[in-house]
Structure formats: structure tokens, C-alpha cells
Design a binder for this molecule. Sequence first.
Ligand SMILES: NC(=O)c1ccc[n+]([C@@H]2O[C@H](COP(=O)([O-])OP(=O)(O)OC[C@H]3O[C@@H](n4cnc5c(N)ncnc54)[C@H](OP(=O)(O)O)[C@@H]3O)[C@@H](O)[C@H]2O)c1
Length: 217
Amino acid sequence: MIEIIAALDSKNGIGKEGKLPWSLPLDLKYFKELTLKAPKGKINAVIMGRKTWESLPERLQPLPGRTNVVLTSHNLEESKNLLKASSLEEALEKLEKLKNIDRCFVIGGATLYKEALSREDCLDLYLTRIDADFSCEVFFPEIPEEFKIVRESQPFQDKGFWIYFETQKRKEEPGSVIWALSPEEEKILLELLNREKPLSEIEKRVLEKARSGGFTS
Ligand SMILES: NC(=O)c1ccc[n+]([C@@H]2O[C@H](COP(=O)([O-])OP(=O)(O)OC[C@H]3O[C@@H](n4cnc5c(N)ncnc54)[C@H](OP(=O)(O)O)[C@@H]3O)[C@@H](O)[C@H]2O)c1
């Protein structure tokens, strides 16, 4: 099974000039939490295209605490936690052999997202929706109809932008949409915001208003 994690602007843009066109601390922490968290003795894998790999700052090559797999037809020296593959299939075969892999996240870019979305074993999408247009040049591919939104967080302010977190699942029955945070997600997000107490009623109302006032999904 593979899962996809991506951040999308209001026009489904994901990249510009070979980079992420934004730097949003809450989104980065969410990415880190989701892709790092694994049961004891296990580690998650992040699979990415060569251009996404090149877009990472050197200190994060490879992304720590995760087995990184880079898809490329070029040379790339393998090292601890860094594997090279020439196809998604080969990447998954290499990971299968490792025996200690818990979850396999496809982390971009567009080329790889498209291939992953077409696979029956791609079941979950974790999307960060950013309510702004960054004039991107690279876009998230069309999501096949069999994916359904099952969870949508409340909106959060991240460096002046409204963002929210959306989960989609393949072949989920209609009617199972949860328009709120699960207790686990709320805990993660409150930790990310360095908060212990739950959101106040006023905060909830402000967030609801922001959501109804302009979010596109
Ligand atoms: N917003 C987000 O969540 C997010 C996430 C990731 C990336 N991004 C952005 O997206 C942009 C990069 O995306 P991109 O689509 O242009 O490039 P990409 O998918 O990261 O990389 C494309 C390259 O990866 C290799 N590749 C991809 N799929 C392959 C496959 N199935 N089999 C074999 N090789 C494969 C090829 O490398 P070779 O040419 O070496 O053969 C290909 O040229 C950047 O701007 C990045 O910042 C955004």
C-alpha cells in the first residue's frame, strides 16, 4: 500500500522554479509528524522524483528518520537511508526487501503523484490545502473519482495564510465524511501550535467563518 502527501495552493499548484513556492512552518511540521511517526522497530519510507530530491536543502538530503527512495535515470550514490530506483515498482520492491518499513509515502512531484494515483494500492491522500494562488508551474494531477474526502481539519493560520488538512481515501463509502478533526489530529495540531488547551468557542467560530467564507476544495 502507498500513500500520498502533498500541499496544494488554491489552483492545485505544487511547485515553481524547481522549489516549493511557500514556506509554511505548520505544514512542514504536519509533513514531518505524519511521515516520521512509525511503530517501534519500524521506519517509514518517502519516495520522490529526482527534481523533488534536488529541491531539498542539503541538510535534509536524505530526510532524516525515514528511508528515502529517489526515482531517477541518472546516477545517485546510495547510502544509509538513501536508495535509488528507476521506477516506482522497483522502489517498492527494494522497500519490501528491507522488512522494517511501515508506511510508504509518495512525496512528489507531479510525475510521481500521477503514477501513484493510478495504482490500486494507493489508498490514502493527505493534502494540505492553502487558500492562496502562488502562480505555480507544476500542478497536482487530477484526483481519480474513486477517491473521497473523509476528513477535513479546521482552517489554521500559517504565516499569514489560511490552510487546512484534508484526507481522502480510495473507494470510501459516501456519507462517511467527518467535517472536524479526529481527537488524534487535534492533539497533533495543538502540539504543533504549542497549545495544550482545546480551541475556545470563539476560536472555533472564527475558524468556521473563515472556512465558509472562501475556502475552495
Ligand atoms: N507541494 C508539494 O507538496 C510538493 C511536493 C513535492 C515536490 N513539489 C515541487 O514539485 C516540483 C518538482 O516536481 P516535478 O514533477 O517537476 O518533478 P519530480 O517528479 O520531483 O521529478 C521528476 C524526475 O523524477 C524521475 N522520475 C519521476 N517519476 C519517475 C518514474 N515513475 N520512473 C522513473 N523516474 C521517475 C525522473 O528523473 P530523471 O530525469 O533523473 O530520470 C524525472 O525527470 C518542484 O517545484 C517541487 O518543489 C511540491
